[in-house]
Ligand binder design. Sequence first.
Ligand SMILES: C[S@@+](CC[C@H](N)C(=O)[O-])C[C@H]1O[C@@H](n2cnc3c(N)ncnc32)[C@H](O)[C@@H]1O
Length: 232
Amino acid sequence: MRFDVLTIFPELLQSFSECSLIGRAQRKELLTLCTTDLREFATDKHHTVDDEPYGGGGGMVMKAQPWIEAVRAVTELHPSPPHRILLTPQGQTLCEAKVRELANHERLLLLCGRYEAIDERVAELVVDEEISIGDYVLSGGELPAMVLIEAVSRQIPGVVGFNDSVVNDSFRKGLLDYPHYTRPEEVEGLVVPPVLRSGDHAKIDRWRQQQAESATREKRPDLWQRWQGRQR
Ligand SMILES: C[S@@+](CC[C@H](N)C(=O)[O-])C[C@H]1O[C@@H](n2cnc3c(N)ncnc32)[C@H](O)[C@@H]1O
């Protein structure tokens, strides 16, 4: 899978691209992450990508022309046409189902905004879908892009070391994950549940399922209600 990111701060994605899960996945050629600096598509000598808003008011608006040209140029960098996503607080909120749907695309092109807004015509002309990472406003789309890339990458076989850990992750089956423990057996008086040291795998599976259900019931009543509805 290939991710292209358009931003005025490509350096924000540099260590993200080189380290940990994404860096390892790129070295294993399971995915490619390319960033392009939007300023390369500005036409003036100062590489200006913003201007004052029509109608007045505070904040600067990102100009349409650099975005449109950049999206078209980045599209040409690879033969598979990208699914073009604008990161914006006004988009559909990212969730597990959407992450899995996006993982089916061969290529995603992510547009990271800055300032007050992007000229509305960009969304109309060169965007397929708008996505938000939650009902709050950040200063730029780079963190949302990294959130999306990491979540989608986890769905690519081989990216996460033990595939089991993705299968049992929270939300995957509609429940939260069960509790996990590692050595030592006791920490400040809190002891690992004896069932986990019993060696009885059927018993351990039952315990984990019960724990996942009670965690979901207590921490996320909304998910719990949905889960119960699906069991009927
Ligand atoms: C300061 S925000 C602009 C917010 C805009 N004035 C509004 O209220 O809808 C600048 C950029 O950050 C990104 N951004 C901010 N919050 C976001 C969120 N919750 N999800 C996705 N992108 C976000 C978008 O790319 C946006 O263009």
